[in-house]
Design a binder for this molecule. Sequence first.
Ligand code: SAH
Length: 213
Amino acid sequence: MEDKARHQGLRNQLVSVLEQKGITDKNVLDAIKKIPRHLFLDSSFEVHAYQDKAFPIGSGQTISQPYTVAFQSQLLEVKKDHKILEIGTGSGYQTAVLCSLGAKVFSIERQKELFKQTSSLFPKLNIRPKYLSFGDGYKGLPSYAPFDSIIVTAGAPFIPQPLMAQLKVGGRLVIPLGEDVQIMTLLIRVNETQFEKHEFGEFRFVPLLEDKN
Ligand code: SAH
């Protein structure tokens, strides 16, 4: 579990790549500069950890591409102490970026192995999400709602209604929508009944799966 000067150098290069690709949020770029992505991957992928690519993390899942993590994080407009719900903890890398931005992060994962693996990784890296849940992200976390923002990190066939209900007025829901290819979608809750929708082009995610329990 080592983070060396060499890794820091590679992270600085990765941040330049993200800037070139259009990421402008200084806080997001700083978080990516800090979080040791190589420690969220199987060690056989370590040499590739700072390429702007997705990689397998076991259980048929992937760690999102850094550009995607940065893009979604930027859309969330995270402020310190924001309460954020993440669907799809996976490797925990996106969770770690949000924690580094000062958010109180609640995250749900439906694959038991990943849930266990990632839950035990955070304390080793001194990363402290508020609450990690093993369960179905389609349902959100009603007992902890409402949230300042919600991020879905798997491709969703539709917007789960419970997630819309668990968003504060003024809150932001960032969700990749679609089956084979997803359109990055931002919903802003304007008032109790209305949501404003913005779309941001194509991304590719593993699917948001229905409950298997
Ligand atoms: N944020 C992760 C992305 C992992 S890929 C990272 O940075 O590594 C998407 C994750 O969503 C996978 O781990 C997958 O198991 C999980 N997932 C898929 N459907 C889900 C559901 N219904 N509820 C919770 N998690 C789900």
